[in-house]
Every structure is written in structure tokens, then in C-alpha cells.
Ligand binder design. Structure first.
Ligand SMILES: [Zn+2]
Length: 473
């Protein structure tokens, strides 16, 4: 009896492992050499050579028919995932504009864990997926072992919900943008060889030649070493991000590894919920991403937006006029460094992105770090313009969208009379409540003389106006 139970357990565990591996980062058609004319295989990345590119990103969240899921997520959780993408890829001048999410409540999609099924469903139901990178998210815990998978050079990937905010999200986007696993083909005879000597060319008469093949084998990137997958089965130790026992390539040449290989974003972790040792990319990988974007306009042009999109809120609306503020303030994506600098004058709605005629100072009313976790604090204060930490082409001004709205009635304020009709300390101050300071006849009712009128607003700002009241006719 005991023996039978053990056997059943073994079968169940074993089939789960097979299932999990079958879902590992499916990236069809990416073995071997690249098509000609796209890649330079350079290992020197210079951000200045590449103009900023902005990708729209949209999340499709699969749940059961009744809206439940083993791993429920909300918008802030998705925003954290997008923030991580920006923090990782902004140094490549690649930016991600969050375009929203939608729940897909469907038992079949939830159960099948299939990217092609999800694509069919989206297409059959006329959802537009052409203008964004699409992240399909499934919280079905049976998908936990799979982690995530992606189209290699494409605009779809599929993620287990719990891994959205760890390295796995950046890893799958890496596949979308043309990166392969650094350990690609390590186990078979087509493996990437250890040597990095480009003059060591293939000797056709020597079947065991250890020649240089880094541009055509493995991940086709020269400055990522030949390596296997960094998993415990290969003696990888997550406590120090290195192998306890160094491995070798398919010709038994010992691996020659650097930290950037041991902690590379395009390797993998088992178990998959680990977020260790997966933070680095080489310059060669960065070059490959940018050359993929340039080389595959059929994939990446449609999903691209503009820098101007990063200056638009993802939710909320700006106050224009009337007694009440809008229910939702304009909120901006986390993951960027923002400075909201004082600007002027009188733009009741933010200026158009291309209008740089407003004046501004270097004084920041609000500064937000790309690591900010209180997403409700990332708002556009009144009387300020937005400065994003992005270098624009041709050194154009990166301070945009001045919002300087004085239409909201003041909470209160004061009228200061300069008794000598000179700006000095001989003054008389009359406090005013909301009714008094907003009275349209306030100025009409003043005696002749020099005044300062101060208005205080509920967003913390204040406005001072100096007037000289002449004779009433
Ligand atoms: Zn992968």
C-alpha cells in the first residue's frame, strides 16, 4: 500500500516537471545564425547613437469566468512591472508607455495556459493588439512552473502573474526585443564554443575544432560567454551567484565566465520565483536589442509611440474650471525620474507638448525618483511643467507641458494696503475668507492706493498681485 502511494506521487511530480519545462520561454525559430544585414555583433554600446524609442505596452489579465484567479493583481502591481522595465531598459534609450490593462474572464483561457489560444481569443473578439507590446498574464497556479514565455522578436509574451514584478518580465521582453538565452544550445553539438579569438576559424578537416562561433551559435552575442543554464542541477549557487563547480561547453572546454554571465538577465532561475542573480546585460546584448528594433520595423514601428506620450498621464484628468476638482488627479507612470519645475503663465490646461513658449525656472515643486513606490504621489502639480530624465535628440528642451491654472476659487487670503503708497513696512493687513477674496467687486470696493492681494488655494499654492487702485470714475 505504501509503495503504491509513493509511486503515484512520483508520477505526479514527474509530469509536473515535464509540463513546466515545456513552457519555458518558447521562442521559436531563433536557433543558429541570424538573417544577414541586421547585426554588427559589436560589443561597444553607445546610447547616444540611438534615438529614444517608446513602446506602448498593454496587459491582458486572464481570470476564470467568475473573475477569480489564484493570483489576483491590480493596476499598481502592473505599474510596478512597467516601472521595472523602464528602469532596466531606459539606459538603452528604450522606454515603455503603459497603455492600460483589461481582464479576460474565460475558464478555457485560464486553464489552457496557451499564448496561441490567447491570441486567437483576442483576435476573435476584435481586441486591438497591433499597436502595443502585449503581455498576457495568467494567475493559474499550475502555470507557476512555466514562469513566462515570449515570441522571439515579436509583440506578445505570456507571464505567470506572480512573476510580473521580478526579472522574468524583463527577460521575456528581452526575447521580444531579439535576445536569446545565453545558454542557447549548450547541451547539443551546435553549442557555442568558449573561445573568444575571432581569428580561430573553423578547420573543416577537424571535426573537433574548437573554433570561434560566438556570432552564429548560442545567443549570437560575442561578449556573453558560452555557458549553461544557471540552475541548481548545473551546480549554480544562488547565495553567491556563481557555480560551485564550473561547467564546460559541448567540446569539454571549461567555461570562462564573468559576473555579467553569471548574473545575466537572459539566463534562468529554478525555482522560478527567485529574483536573484538576474540583473545584468552586456553591451553586446544592448547593441543587439537596438539593432533588432532597427532591423525589424515590421514588428516595432506599429507598437511604437513617441516621447510626448511619456508626458501624458495614464489616468485622471486636469482641472480646468468650476468649483470642484476632478475626482481623479492626473497620475504619471512610476519608473522615471521626474522634476516638476515652476512655470508660468496662465495655462489652464497643460501646454501642447510641442509648445515650448512658456517660461520656467529650475526650481522643482516636486521631485520623484524612479524608485518611488507611492504611486499616488506621482502627480503633476499645478503651476509646474514636467521634466523627464530623458535626453532629447538635438539637445531639445526636456521641460514640457506647463500647467498653470488659476481658475479655482481661492480658499482665502488677504488685502495688504501700503499706507504710504510705497512698498515698505507701513502696512495694514485685512484677512479675507473665501467669500471675501473671491468677491468680483473686491478691487472696485477698495479706496485709492497701493495694495497687495494674496490668494491661497487648496493645492497649497498662492498668488500675489500688486495693484495700484486709481480714482473711481
Ligand atoms: Zn527565456
Amino acid at each position: 500500500m505504501k509503495k503504491i502511494i509513493f509511486l503515484l506521487l512520483f508520477i505526479a511530480t514527474n509530469s509536473f516537471v515535464i509540463f513546466a519545462q515545456s513552457l519555458e520561454c518558447i521562442t521559436d525559430g531563433n536557433d543558429g545564425p541570424d538573417p544577414p544585414g541586421i547585426y554588427t555583433y559589436s560589443t561597444a554600446f553607445n546610447e547616444d547613437l540611438y534615438a529614444p524609442v517608446v513602446f506602448n505596452i498593454f496587459y491582458w489579465v486572464i481570470r476564470r469566468d467568475d473573475g477569480t484567479t489564484d493570483f489576483p493583481i491590480d493596476e499598481n502591481y502592473i505599474l510596478e512591472a512597467v516601472a521595472n522595465l523602464n528602469i532596466t531598459f531606459n539606459e538603452l534609450n528604450v522606454f515603455f508607455k503603459y497603455k492600460g490593462f483589461e481582464n479576460l474572464d474565460n475558464d478555457d483561457l485560464y486553464a489552457t495556459i496557451s499564448l496561441s489560444d490567447a491570441k486567437t481569443y483576442l483576435s476573435d473578439n476584435n481586441y486591438n493588439t497591433d499597436n502595443s507590446l502585449n503581455v498576457v498574464v495568467n494567475g493559474n497556479m499550475y502555470y507557476q512552473g512555466g514562469g513566462g514565455f515570449a515570441d522571439y522578436i515579436g509583440n506578445f509574451n505570456y507571464m505567470y502573474a506572480e512573476y510580473l514584478t521580478i526579472y522574468q518580465m524583463q527577460h521575456e521582453i528581452g526575447h521580444n526585443l531579439g535576445l536569446k538565452h545565453t545558454f542557447q544550445d549548450y547541451g547539443n553539438s551546435a553549442c557555442e564554443h568558449v573561445t573568444r579569438d575571432p581569428n580561430d576559424i573553423d578547420d573543416p578537416n577537424d571535426p573537433y575544432d574548437t573554433y570561434f562561433n560566438a556570432t552564429t551559435a548560442g545567443d549570437n552575442v560575442v561578449d556573453t560567454a558560452a555557458i549553461n543554464s544557471t540552475v541548481p542541477g548545473h551546480d549554480f549557487n544562488y547565495s553567491n551567484c556563481t557555480y560551485d563547480i564550473n561547467g564546460s561547453d559541448c567540446q569539454d572546454t571549461p567555461f570562462d565566465l564573468n559576473q555579467v554571465d553569471l548574473e545575466n538577465l537572459m539566463n534562468i532561475n529554478i525555482p522560478r520565483d527567485l529574483n536573484l542573480c538576474r540583473i545584468l546585460m552586456t553591451p553586446g546584448q544592448m547593441v543587439r536589442i537596438r539593432e533588432t528594433i532597427e532591423g525589424y520595423p515590421n514588428v516595432f514601428t506599429l507598437v511604437s509611440g513617441t516621447i510626448a506620450d511619456l508626458y501624458e498621464p495614464y489616468s485622471g484628468e486636469y482641472y480646468l474650471a468650476g468649483p470642484l476638482l476632478p475626482e481623479h488627479r492626473p497620475l504619471f507612470q512610476p519608473g522615471f525620474n521626474y522634476r516638476f519645475v515652476e512655470c508660468c503663465c496662465n495655462y489652464p490646461q497643460p501646454t501642447d507638448f510641442n509648445n515650448t513658449s512658456f517660461s520656467y525656472t529650475n526650481n522643482a515643486i516636486l521631485t520623484i525618483s524612479k524608485f518611488e513606490t507611492d504611486y499616488n504621489s506621482i502627480m503633476h502639480p499645478n503651476h509646474s511643467a514636467i521634466q523627464l530624465d530623458i535626453e532629447f535628440p538635438n539637445n531639445e528642451q526636456n521641460v514640457r507641458k506647463c500647467y498653470d491654472n488659476w481658475n479655482k476659487a481661492a480658499l482665502g487670503g488677504s488685502v495688504t494696503k501700503f499706507n504710504d503708497n510705497l512698498i515698505n513696512t507701513n502696512i495694514t493687513i485685512t484677512p479675507k475668507d473665501s467669500l471675501g477674496i473671491n468677491n468680483p467687486n473686491l478691487i472696485n470696493g477698495l479706496q485709492q492706493g497701493l495694495y497687495k492681494i494674496e490668494k491661497n488655494f487648496d493645492d497649497g499654492s498662492s498668488q500675489e498681485t500688486i495693484i495700484f487702485k486709481g480714482n473711481n470714475n
